[in-house]
Design a protein around this ligand. Sequence first.
Ligand code: RP5
Length: 160
Amino acid sequence: MAGSRVAILMGSRNDWETMKPAEQVLTQLKIESDVRVISAHRTPARLTAYLAGAEQSGIEVIIAGAGGAAHLAGVTAAHSVLPVLGVPIDSSPLQGLDALLATVQMPGGIPVATFAIGRAGAKNAGLFAAAILARSDPAVRQRLLEYREAQAAAVPERPE
Ligand code: RP5
């Protein structure tokens, strides 16, 4: 965890393929992340222990991805005042709609910023975490600008 500014939590090891883009984009922006499998319902003690030390160990933003009745992001937000970015995962017969609603419909008082279902949501959560860090870190801001420039340059003007 040492040196990590972003935590990437997921409810199951099976969520990793979906959550990888968050880690990849942060690595691209030279931001270290701490990737953990922590379930709000299967490993509740692991979650509270991790969150109790997260801020002190240098974590500034938490990305939490989960599927099904996805309460990981909400419970994480309940235990921490760090910004929590929720990623609903398409791992159930309801194809992530259940996770989207569970993550986005937080009752007033404990916010979770919710992203798109699946890998696009994970990637954008990583980029959003970088944007939060960029507010107080000009080097991250510069790398984020360069990322956007490269992305724009890679889009062809015509389809062929
Ligand atoms: C959630 O339940 C996890 O986030 C995962 O998406 C879903 C299913 O978990 P597994 O049964 O595949 O471990 O807690």
